[in-house]
Write a protein that binds this ligand. Structure first.
Ligand SMILES: Cc1cc2nc3c(=O)[nH]c(=O)nc-3n(C[C@H](O)[C@H](O)[C@H](O)COP(=O)(O)OP(=O)(O)OC[C@H]3O[C@@H](n4cnc5c(N)ncnc54)[C@H](O)[C@@H]3O)c2cc1C
Length: 427
């Protein structure tokens, strides 16, 4: 984590960081303390640049604490032939498990239950084999075990809650999981260890421009300090906005004429259940680690994920046009998840079993399709005017690549900036 004494995010540190920001011109100012912004701050700070990271609420308060908490390539994207996307994400998975955060990102087995005759095993088997190949192609030693085919008997031993009359067998494959908010905080603290000045409760309310025209460069930001109601200005050579589903707000600060990123919010809901609600565990049969489930749904997939003493079950994928600070689950979302998971469970779970529910908003790049489940999971980096880089889209798993691309764009004009170091930089 860099220099230990410099990673302490105390009130004193915040006061000192804010005071220094008011005096200096930083090389790179990052708006947004989700995983992408935190990653950009770390990327820039570890290149030796002076960096500010400003978050309107708390670290990871947006989407980065509300995900399925999987570090994965996305098995389902293979069906969309998104091989480069899957390969990139699996490469990042390997880096996170082996080098960047082995203390936070742990391999996790999943059972892909088979419910149809032989052809389904062949079809899914080919997909999972390709997934393994794409995951291993990048690494010399495997960080993640290979998949295995399970008979019906072995499947029911590994996951006794599954209905024997529905499930004909399974394929067990591996991905990884992470406590997303904790990981984002670790990235912020590591950036702070490299000297980044990091302020939460600091909302960017306007862009500082050098001139009046529509192409006037961005040279800093106006900030509302939500801890005391004051405001201040930070000057920067380059500003990166990593504001997820709030990206269009930053575009709006530029004025109507500037070309920008269009980001749509797609809501995803998860239920939290006690372990006792779903009888999943036979640890000897599942290789010593509790397996999760991945289930096909009409439009996407549903995960049943072991999470400490709980299960996380989700997710959904529907457009959200209400308050982006407070996405909420509807009873239709909850019923949908229960219906989907109950298709394969011996003992159905009900709303009474739920300990909690949470909803998050995917920042999807707006495209041709109206269905959010078909919008791109890829990311984009654009520079609508000199001095401002917008980065959005992508997945939690690929935050480091997004951050590197954004910083590369931000420092293009700055002389002598070294390349990114984060691929080999432990948190
Ligand atoms: C239901 C769901 C499940 C998911 N599951 C997975 C998964 O299992 N694996 C995976 O890889 N990906 C997953 N994702 C995707 C992943 O969570 C997101 O891609 C990622 O968290 C986005 O991070 P971000 O930093 O870009 O955005 P955010 O985390 O939303 O961060 C943006 C930040 O910007 C701040 N901000 C906005 N405006 C301002 C301003 N004016 N001033 C200062 N700060 C501002 C916000 O407060 C926010 O904290 C999932 C997403 C959802 C919704």
């Amino acid at each position: 984590m860099g220099d230990e004494s410099r990673t302490n995010l105390s009130p004193e540190r915040r006061r000192a960081d804010r005071a220094r920001l008011a005096d200096d011109v930083v090389d790179v100012l990052v708006i947004g303390g989700g995983v992408t912004g935190a990653g950009a701050a770390l990327d820039a700070a570890s290149r030796g640049l002076t960096v500010a990271l400003l978050e309107a609420r708390d670290w990871a308060a947006g989407t980065s604490s509300r995900s399925s908490k999987l570090i994965h390539g996305g098995l389902r994207y293979l069906e969309q032939f998104a091989f480069p996307l899957v390969h990139e994400a699996l490469s990042e998975r390997a880096r996170l498990v082996r080098t960047i955060a082995p203390h936070l990102v742990t391999p996790l087995p999943f059972l892909l239950p088979l419910t149809k005759p032989v052809y389904q095993r062949a079809y899914f088997g080919a997909g999972v084999a390709l997934y393994d190949v794409l995951g291993a192609a990048f690494t010399s030693g495997r960080a993640i075990p290979r998949h295995r085919h399970l008979s019906r008997k072995a499947t029911l031993e590994a996951f006794p809650a599954l209905r024997g009359d529905v499930v004909r067998g399974a394929i067990r494959y591996w991905d990884a999981q992470v406590d997303d908010a904790r990981h984002t905080l670790a990235v912020v603290r590591t950036a702070a260890g490299y000297g980044a000045r990091v302020l939460s409760s600091a909302r960017v309310v306007g862009l500082l421009r050098d001139g009046d025209g529509p192409d006037a460069p961005v040279v800093g930001v106006h900030v509302a300090d939500l801890t005391d109601g004051s405001s201040f200005t930070v000057r920067a050579r380059s500003v990166i906005a990593a504001t997820g589903v709030w990206s269009d707000d930053i575009g709006d600060m530029l004025g109507v004429s500037a070309p920008s990123l269009k980001v749509r919010a797609s809501k995803g809901v998860h239920l939290v259940l006690p372990r006792s609600a779903i009888d999943g565990a036979d640890l000897a049969a599942s290789g010593g680690t509790q397996a999760g489930l991945i289930l096909r749904t009409p439009t996407s997939v549903l995960f049943v994920i072991p999470w400490g003493e709980r299960w996380i079950v989700g997710t959904t994928d529907t457009p959200w046009r209400l308050d982006r600070d407070h996405p909420a689950a509807s009873s239709a979302d909850i019923d949908y998840i229960l219906d989907q998971v109950n298709r394969v469970l011996v003992r159905p779970v009900s709303v009474d079993d739920c300990l909690g529910v949470y909803a998050g908003l995917r920042p999807l790049l707006a495209g041709e399709s109206d269905e959010t489940s078909r919008l791109s999971r890829e990311h984009a980096v654009v520079m609508p005017v000199p001095g401002l880089v917008l980065v959005a889209g992508g997945k939690y798993t690929t935050y480091r690549v997004m951050a590197e691309d954004a910083v590369d764009a931000a420092v293009e004009g700055l002389p002598g900036v070294p390349p990114s170091r984060t691929a080999l930089l432990p948190l």
